[in-house]
Design a protein around this ligand. Structure first.
Ligand code: ADP
Ligand code: MG
Length: 257
């Protein structure tokens, strides 16, 4: 059901969508794996921000998420922590079943196969998410790599081909790498679109639609999708209904449209 609640920081949070889980009181209560909890502590995060408290149980619970939240609300950890935790848990399950090396690289096509894709509008933002995600995946075995334009693609590909679990990318460079057959989206389990409104403002909608719908990515029922945006205009609403499946919608603070 729909209902405004006041967070403990007095930041209003609106939640709607069928079966939304309760927000986590703290990082420990959210259900993150131990290795990720250690990294959160190493980063000096004592308690989650409102968008983190709501997002973590939703994503860890396997649900799609549309989150409207302003800059500075802590969105990076809101998606990185549950995604990293989910990948670590999947690896532990695979290892228990004797299937540890099932992911990361396609021996036949020789394309890198990330399991999580984070799309961001700019090189600076992609680099920033990459740095944060590396801190959160310290000693988990999860490899985070980055792809953005304006710099050598050879170098980035060399790094990606050494192993990639999470790829943080700007749309243009990613399309280029996929079209060259160097990156495959066929193993994607998690898709995150960060600052989606800025990506649209920058004219990336055609590339985004191509990446999500025309380049081998599993369909929406076979992946988990998280869409983050500061605003919720009709163009973003359409992306949400096209890319998300039975999603939970959260609004943190005051959001324009
Ligand atoms: P957004 O993407 O919403 O603009 P960021 O994820 O970049 O926000 O976070 C903004 C700042 O707050 C960063 O410096 C980040 O390290 C810090 N931060 C995020 N979450 C927490 C937390 N739970 N505790 C302390 N600092 C945090
Ligand atoms: Mg951000």
């Amino acid at each position: 059901g729909r209902g405004g609640r006041l967070d403990k920081y007095d930041i209003p949070v609106e939640v709607s969508g069928e079966g939304a889980p309760a927000p986590a009181a703290g990082f420990e209560e959210a259900g993150l794996v131990e290795a990720v909890l250690r990294n959160v502590a190493r980063c000096g995060y004592d308690c989650p921000t409102p968008v983190q408290r709501y997002s973590m149980p939703i994503v860890l619970g396997g649900r799609d998420l549309m989150a409207c939240a302003q800059t500075g609300s802590g969105k990076t950890a809101a998606f990185c922590l549950p995604v990293i935790s989910g990948l670590v848990a999947a690896d532990a399950d695979a290892a228990a079943g004797g299937n540890k090396d099932a992911f990361g690289y396609d021996d036949y096509t020789r394309a890198a196969r990330p399991r999580a894709l984070v799309l961001a509008p700019t090189r600076e933002l992609a680099a920033q998410i990459h740095e944060e995600a590396k801190k959160f995946s310290h000693q988990t075995g999860i490899k985070v790599k980055v792809a953005y334009g304006g710099t050598s693609m050879i170098q980035q590909l060399r790094d990606i081909e050494r192993g990639v679990d999470i790829l943080v990318a700007t749309p243009g460079r990613l399309v280029d790498m996929i079209e060259r057959g160097r990156v495959s989206l066929e193993a994607i389990k998690y898709l995150v679109m960060d600052e989606a409104d800025r990506m649209l403002d920058m004219g990336f909608e055609p590339q985004i639609r191509k990446i999500v719908d025309g380049m081998g990515m599993p369909r929406k029922s076979m992946r988990q999708t998280m869409l983050f945006s500061a605003t919720f205009p009709p163009q973003i609403q359409r992306l949400a209904s096209d890319f998300l499946s039975k999603y939970i919608f959260i609004t943190v603070g005051r959001v324009g449209s």
